[in-house]
Ligand binder design. Structure first.
Ligand code: ATP
Length: 272
């Protein structure tokens, strides 16, 4: 649901703030002086044409890709000015669910969830076990999933296990890269519901790259569109519907969008 307080976002705490971000590979510039803010407790849906650079932005924010210019602030702290110890702390504030789950196939679900704990914390095994079971419960998996290997899980269970791993260190912000891709419509709707529940109960902030209009319409508080190497437009679904750009218009007012009974879209003239 588009939240009512979206327009008062200026007063809210920025969990992630990106300014003037430029990223490229060889001669190709993928992102050019991009600005983006994500506010505490919101679910931001990030869309854009295939190859526009949505994953590149996510990976750069996670420091998995180098940038040519620009600043990235996590919880008000600039990565470039942080000490090594502060950077480690900032890294623990971010969780990520990669597109296909990216669980380690040779590790059980429990071991996958405990990986970040082993890397960043110094906890006894019994406590890591308790925490892993708590995370499983949080994402709606039964305790018996703990000792299963990824190959023994359904697609929906893999997404949930990967989400449990993303939540391993109780992050402030989770990046979800196309979390509902490959799920059937019921599984996708249940996953969306889970994300909204986690936002409500944990106060989680979510950056969700998605092509799934159902997700955008049902759980995202705000939408940002990546185009022309920057954030072309951001705001509510209503803002998207009136934004004068052919890609944005055909995406949000095309046939597929109109098949979803959202009050903002129903009754709008088609662009086709
Ligand atoms: N490591 C890399 N080396 C070279 N080029 C890359 C690298 N990663 C991404 N690119 C290029 O950057 C561009 C943006 O890719 P990205 O994966 O971010 O697109 P996307 O918007 O996430 O697309 P999709 O919706 O299809 O997943 C593409 O042209 C891609 O080929």
């Amino acid at each position: 649901m588009i939240s009512e307080n979206t327009h008062s976002s200026e007063k809210r705490e920025k969990v992630l703030s990106v300014r003037g971000l430029t990223v490229g590979f060889g001669d190709k510039v993928v992102l050019d002086k991009l600005d983006l803010d994500i506010y505490r407790g919101e679910i931001l849906g990030f869309v854009g044409a295939s190859g526009a650079g949505k994953s590149v932005l996510m990976r750069t924010a996670l420091r998995l890709l180098p940038r040519r210019a620009g600043t990235i602030e996590i919880l008000g702290a600039d990565y470039d000015k942080a000490t090594d110890a502060e950077r480690v702390m900032l890294d623990t504030r971010l969780g990520v669910l990669f597109q296909h789950g990216a669980l380690f196939s040779s590790l059980t679900v429990k071991e996958n969830i405990q990986l970040p704990m082993r890397e960043y914390l110094d906890l006894p095994q019994w406590l890591m076990d308790e925490l892993a079971f708590m995370k499983l419960d949080l994402v709606g998996l039964k305790p018996d999933a703990a000792d299963k290997y990824p190959s023994e899980l359904s697609g929906g269970m893999i997404k949930r296990a990967a989400l449990a791993r993303a939540l391993s260190l109780d992050p402030d912000l989770v990046f979800l890269d196309e979390p509902t891709s490959g799920l059937d419509p019921i599984g996708a709707a249940e996953f969306d519901e889970l994300i909204a529940q986690l936002r409500d109960t944990l106060g989680l902030t979510v950056y969700m790259v998605t092509h799934d209009l159902d997700s955008l319409f049902s759980v995202c508080d705000r939408i940002a569109v990546l185009g022309q190497k920057r954030v072309l437009v951001e705001g509510t679904l209503e803002d998207m519907l009136v934004f004068d750009d052919p890609w944005v218009q055909s995406y949000f007012r095309g046939k597929r969008a109109r098949s979803i009974p959202h009050p903002a879209v129903v009754g709008k003239p088609s662009v086709e």
